[in-house]
Design a binder for this molecule. Structure first.
Ligand code: PGA
Length: 230
């Protein structure tokens, strides 16, 4: 992966479409001003903003925060990978720790979602906080499918807490993941990323990118994080 992947996970924010448009436009404006772009920037807003935001023909890529494994049918409240693709998404986040915790997503369900997303030509950002999870989550994937998979190491203690993981621990984890999986898969770091620590994860810990929650809702802060990849 030549460019860093900087992903904004807006979670269930902001509360209005007007605000979502404002944040998106500000990030877009800031991104256009960066001359030497060393990052692919992806925004994962709540589902309902995807179609509207997509109209803006942007240099920012879009992603979903979750998806279901079936293509269509009687699954009230769910969104299929094909629907995300149809709205212009290039990525989807799967297995975020908040989904595992609040929606009882098991490794088995995460595995089904990953396969469905990959079959629909979405790039999957698989969130994990333990190496042991990964093998269960990616069970049965072909070598070819692996190419569209990115891992995000997100230690639960660091998510939304303002207590980021040490650079050293992040570096060790990415080395351990690569050694265990025997592949050079791109690995992102996520958990209390901000403009002050971003560079450390990218340059010192050797991460291929960042998954940014809270700080991605502040356009100025998020642009500074993107600049850390330059
Ligand atoms: P945070 O969230 O940056 O707010 O800690 C990261 C994430 O949950 O992906």
């Amino acid at each position: 992966m030549s460019k860093s992947l900087i992903i904004a996970n807006w979670k269930m924010n902001p509360q209005t479409l007007a605000e979502a448009n404002r944040i998106f436009s500000s990030i877009e404006k800031g991104l256009r001003k960066i001359k030497n772009k060393k990052a692919e920037v992806v925004i994962c807003p709540p589902f309902q903003y995807l179609s509207v935001i997509n109209n803006q023909l942007s240099i920012i890529k879009l992603g979903g925060q979750n998806c279901f494994w079936e293509e269509k049918g009687a699954f009230t409240g769910e969104v299929s990978p094909g629907m995300l693709k149809d709205l212009g998404c290039k990525y989807v986040i799967v297995g975020h720790s908040e989904r595992r915790k609040y929606f009882q997503e098991t490794d088995e369900l995460v595995n089904k979602k990953i396969k469905a997303a990959l079959e629909n030509n979405l790039n999957v950002i698989l969130c994990v906080d333990k190496v042991s999870q990964i093998k269960k989550d990616i069970k049965g994937l072909s070598k070819k499918q692996f190419k569209n998979l990115v891992l995000a190491y997100e230690p639960v203690f660091a998510i939304g807490t303002g207590r980021p993981c040490s650079i050293e621990k992040a570096r060790k984890m990415s080395a351990l993941i690569r050694k265990t999986l025997k592949t050079n898969i791109p690995i992102l770091y996520g958990g209390s990323v901000n403009s002050k620590n971003a560079r450390g994860y990218l340059k010192e810990a050797g991460m291929n990118g960042l998954l940014v929650g809270g700080a991605s809702l502040d356009p100025q802060e998020f642009i500074k994080i993107i600049k850390a990849a330059a």
